[in-house]
Design a protein around this ligand. Structure first.
Ligand SMILES: *[C@@H]1O[C@H](CO)[C@@H](O)[C@H](O)[C@H]1NC(C)=O
Ligand SMILES: *[C@@H]1O[C@H](CO)[C@@H](O)[C@H](O)[C@H]1NC(C)=O
Ligand SMILES: *[C@@H]1O[C@H](CO)[C@@H](O)[C@H](O)[C@H]1NC(C)=O
Ligand SMILES: *[C@@H]1O[C@H](CO)[C@@H](O)[C@H](O)[C@H]1NC(C)=O
Ligand SMILES: *[C@@H]1O[C@H](CO)[C@@H](O)[C@H](O)[C@H]1NC(C)=O
Ligand SMILES: *[C@@H]1O[C@H](CO)[C@@H](O)[C@H](O)[C@H]1NC(C)=O
Ligand SMILES: *[C@@H]1O[C@H](CO)[C@@H](O)[C@H](O)[C@H]1NC(C)=O
Ligand SMILES: *[C@@H]1O[C@H](CO)[C@@H](O)[C@H](O)[C@H]1NC(C)=O
Length: 505
């Protein structure tokens, strides 16, 4: 067991989780860098889309952080330590940015969080923090929230083309649960979502499920998430709605996903519910060849006036019900005129059936490839246009490590930090080993190594082709000091500090 400070990266926040680390799954180590990303077990059977893999890891993971890694198991960037989730590349002002949740993720059976969404630029500098500060929240009764800096939940961080961000929130509050057999003075975890201006944090839209309980009654969730013993106190609130994604239509209305209603709701600009798409009964729609439940990550594609394509990550499993139906990605055509929903494609790997009980996502890539992260099952899979699984990248054991969402994206990283170098003498071979890396840099292809007997008299001693996150150059003889310089297109300020060579490797 170890004590992990979830809020290490958020100054002022004190909350600790006790996490049992699983030390069986291998991780990578480097001489020039303290980072220890998981070792990806990769199998590839076809062409994958261009770009790197972006993912977070938690639960019993060796290091809680976010990672950019290549299909060949090379680290590109590891983020700061922390309970970071939903890590991906998005666009803000036409420029690529990195976004992720940073805060406290409360484990299942709650499965929500409290924190901020960070926005980093191409140089990994923090440019914006999206937060909800003054909106009068109450946390789970078992949690000390006195030092929370923001109340945003980890489930959503989508940036819209208007420079706003869609985020979610969970408020523990009182509600009358007698209609579903719970206490009259019961406790509930309300689900909220917001549209927020990224730069000013101004709240432009705010919606709460409890405010619309007339249209989304508690009775409807009972078949999928029965109230059981929930709701008697604020440490055990009935988290009945469990919002887990928000997307926006062109006309400014929203689609939100409720895990436990197994439903997607269209929310009008006045907050009312325009329609319900329920995964078992259809709700306001007729389902053709489709069933889904406990889904995540509902996304709008190819929107026209009367129809759109909807993609979801269909867990088909939860803490309530699991082991019967496998998880898959589903793309469906939603016809708003005929109110019919028909299947476009499903994605799953018959060689490796997954039953994901929480989290996960489905990302549409160019050329109709699809990437899926599987939440409670730490596997990233990519499918090609014919639906064949062309890559699996695994980074832990099922239900031991989790990753909220995983993505693939092209990315150019231009860190402001300097390259790192470590050097030591291989006494037996009378050589100096020089290890060099540059966390986050993507464009360098080559390293130049400078060495000498003294700090002030360094000269060029080697040129080495970059071989991965860390490159080793082995130089004849014993150097006293070394310095390295990264070379590649458009790279400036890429010279490391001068470091003394350690006497033994
Ligand atoms: C955002 O929050 C992080 C974590 O507390 C902090 O390190 C960073 O400086 C903040 N960035 C901005 C732009 O305020
Ligand atoms: C890690 O998880 C695997 C799979 O559940 C298990 O077999 C192994 O014993 C675990 N190792 C540790 C150190 O917890
Ligand atoms: C998808 O991959 C399978 C297996 O590798 C291959 O047979 C098929 O031709 C690929 N489809 C496309 C559209 O590339
Ligand atoms: C949270 O619930 C409290 C009541 O417990 C209420 O006063 C407050 O307005 C709610 N906050 C939000 C953001 O809905
Ligand atoms: C809250 O309710 C749950 C379920 O009824 C119970 O197990 C737990 O002990 C209660 N906690 C407190 C602090 O009263
Ligand atoms: C699967 O469902 C059973 C109840 O049917 C529950 O006891 C168990 O905890 C669930 N497993 C997971 C991983 O959620
Ligand atoms: C500096 O190193 C060069 C060889 O790299 C050597 O010729 C020269 O004498 C050295 N100068 C000093 C001051 O050590
Ligand atoms: C170590 O290598 C250097 C440079 O090649 C050489 O000058 C020196 O004699 C070697 N020392 C030993 C002990 O072999």
């Amino acid at each position: 067991m170890r004590i992990f400070s979830a809020f290490a990266a958020l100054c002022g926040l004190q909350a600790t989780l006790v996490v049992a680390e699983n030390t069986t799954w291998p991780w990578q180590t480097f001489k020039s860098s303290p980072h220890e990303p998981p070792s990806l077990k990769i199998s590839k059977s076809g062409l994958t889309s261009p770009g790197y893999l972006f993912f977070d890891q938690s639960w019993s993971a060796h290091e809680y952080s976010v990672f950019i890694m290549s299909d060949s198991n090379e680290l590109v960037w590891q983020g700061p330590p922390g309970d970071l989730k939903g890590f991906r590349v998005q666009k803000l002002d036409g420029k690529p940015v990195l976004t992720f949740f940073n805060g406290l993720g409360v484990p299942e059976p709650f499965g929500w969080g409290y924190g901020i969404v960070q926005v980093l630029d191409e140089s990994y500098q923090s440019i914006y923090n999206v937060s909800v500060i003054n909106d009068n929240y109450k946390a789970l009764g078992s949690i000390d929230s006195s030092s929370f800096v923001s109340w945003i939940d980890m489930h959503e961080n989508t940036i819209t083309s208007d420079g706003t961000m869609l985020v979610t929130g969970y408020n523990v509050t009182q509600a009358d649960l007698s209609s579903v057999g719970g206490p009259k003075n019961g406790w509930i975890a309300d689900s909220l979502f917001y549209e927020i201006d990224v730069k000013t944090n101004e709240i432009l839209f705010r919606w709460s499920a409890l405010d619309h309980v007339d249209q989304i009654p508690l009775e409807h969730v009972q078949p999928f998430y029965p109230i059981k013993d929930w709701g008697h106190n604020s440490s055990s609130p009935y988290g009945y709605f469990h919002i887990n994604s928000v997307d926006k239509f062109q006309d400014g209305t929203y689609i939100i996903s409720s895990r436990y209603y197994c439903s997607l709701f269209k929310i009008a600009k006045d907050g009312s519910v325009d329609w319900t798409l329920q995964g078992q009964t259809g709700g306001d729609f007729e389902l053709n060849e489709i069933k889904f439940s406990y889904q995540h990550d509902a996304r709008i594609h190819d929107e026209t006036e009367n129809a759109f394509i909807l993609s979801i990550f269909d867990n088909a499993n939860s803490d309530v019900q699991n082991g019967t139906d496998h998880t898959e990605g589903i793309f469906m055509n939603v016809n708003l005129l005929t109110r019919e929903v028909s299947l476009v494609r499903t994605l799953q790997d018959p060689q490796d059936e997954i039953f994901s009980t929480s989290q996960g996502n489905t990302q549409l890539l160019p050329e109709n490839h699809v990437l899926m992260g599987h939440g409670s099952n730490p596997k990233i899979k990519e499918y090609n246009a014919s639906g064949s699984c062309v890559m699996t990248a695994q980074f832990g054991f099922d239900d031991v490590i989790s990753s909220y969402r995983s993505y693939r994206s092209p990315w150019v990283g231009v860190p402001k930090t300097l390259p790192d170098v470590f050097s030591c003498i291989d006494q037996g071979r009378n050589r100096t080993n020089v290890y060099m890396s540059w966390n986050g840099a993507t464009e360098h292809k080559q390293w130049k190594v400078f060495g000498g007997a003294t700090r002030s008299n360094l000269s060029s001693v080697a040129v080495a082709r970059k071989t991965g996150f860390e490159t080793l150059a082995s130089i004849k003889g014993k150097l006293g000091y070394v310095q390295v310089e990264a070379h590649g297109l458009g790279i400036q300020k890429s010279v490391s500090k001068v470091v003394p060579v350690q006497s033994g490797c």
